[in-house]
Design a protein around this ligand. Structure first.
Ligand code: ASP
Length: 331
């Protein structure tokens, strides 16, 4: 049933003290996206609007509040995909852009698919997207995190992109669910592993009243990343995918592993093979874990408005609303 929308605010061990801001941010983004869909906006407009809300919210690692790279600067990645035309637009390693998802949308409308660094910034000037200073994107929480990481790494090389040592966070294992759940996925029961670094990447998937699906993802990446490092988020098939005939997906988590299994496309292919969204989400995360020892989460929506989500990190903030009016939030 149309319309429907699902958003996420990243998969990691979100501390108790940050739970409420994450859930509130997801709810706000959902409300804005839902409002857009209800007033006849397309899925593409709705996912852009929802992600912009989360980019403006300092609780998340996207836009304002993003993590800093090793040079103490913010480099942003974002992508958006229209499931009806299969057109997409993405920007990577851009600086000084408050809403990279809006820039990605302008790339989608151009002849290009992915613009990086200075080229993307010059494109922003060309299309009239205002630039901002690094300082406008940096919040005190991230400045402190960067200073602590810098002190730690004075004496050793940071290895932020390896799966962290196996510190067990609890017996939760893989968590999955959605608006419908069938029984094709039976995840192996093993403990959840702590992720140690924040991953408040944001994403949205929407289905509009005309039957179009779209997906969007935006991130500051991982803390203390190497300058120029780009993760899965702006890569079609890894950080997101949308095909109006099959489904839409946005991913979050350890980008270096997500890229290896093309997590978003894997989830969409499972939908195509007949899995219900909750089962497809579960099976995709299982593949991420079993094949490359990866950590992360996905949100999924199918053409009939059924939602699925799954994550193997201790928590993932999410919210969704389907045509029956039900708003569901969780971590
Ligand atoms: N996937 C993002 C990246 O690797 C980070 C995240 O989702 O937490 O850049």
């Amino acid at each position: 049933m149309l319309p429907a929308i699902v958003v996420h605010g990243g998969a990691w061990d979100i501390p108790d003290s940050e739970l409420e801001p994450h859930l509130a941010g997801c709810r706000r983004a959902l409300a804005v996206g839902w409002e857009a869909l209800s007033s006849g906006a397309t899925a593409l407009d709705a996912v852009e609007a929802a992600v912009r809300v989360m980019e403006d919210d300092p609780a998340f690692d996207a836009g304002v509040g993003s993590v800093l790279n090793r040079d103490g600067l913010v480099e942003l990645d974002a992508a958006i995909m229209d499931g009806t035309t299969l057109r997409s637009g993405a920007v990577a390693a851009v600086r000084g852009i408050r809403n990279p998802i809006a820039l990605a949308r302008r790339v989608l409308e151009s002849e290009a698919v992915l613009l990086v660094g200075h080229g993307a910034e010059r494109f922003a000037d060309e299309v009239g997207i205002e630039r901002c200073s690094d300082e406008e994107l940096i919040v005190p929480r991230e400045r402190l995190r960067w200073e602590a990481l810098r002190r730690q790494t004075l004496y050793r090389t940071p290895d932020a992109f390896q799966r962290p040592p196996g510190e067990v966070a609890g017996q939760r294992g893989l968590v999955w669910g959605g608006s419908d759940r069938e029984t094709m996925c039976t995840p192996s029961l093993h403990p959840t592993i702590r992720t140690h670094h924040p991953g408040d990447t944001v994403g949205a998937v929407a289905l509009d009243r005309y039957g179009n699906l779209a997906a969007a993802t935006s991130t500051g990446g991982v803390p203390f990343k190497r300058p120029g490092r780009v993760g899965d988020s702006p890569l079609i098939g890894a950080g997101l995918y949308a095909d109006t005939l099959v489904g839409g997906c946005s991913s979050t988590g350890w980008g270096e592993s997500i890229i290896k299994v093309l997590l978003a496309k894997t989830a969409i292919d499972l939908l195509s093979a007949g899995y219900a969204p909750a089962d497809a989400a579960c099976a995709a995360i299982e593949r991420l874990e079993q094949r490359v020892n990866g950590l992360g989460g996905v949100i999924l929506l199918d053409p009939s408005g059924r939602v699925g989500f799954a994550f193997n990190t201790p928590r993932m903030a999410y919210a969704y609303r389907t045509a029956d009016g039900e708003v569901v939030t969780g971590v």
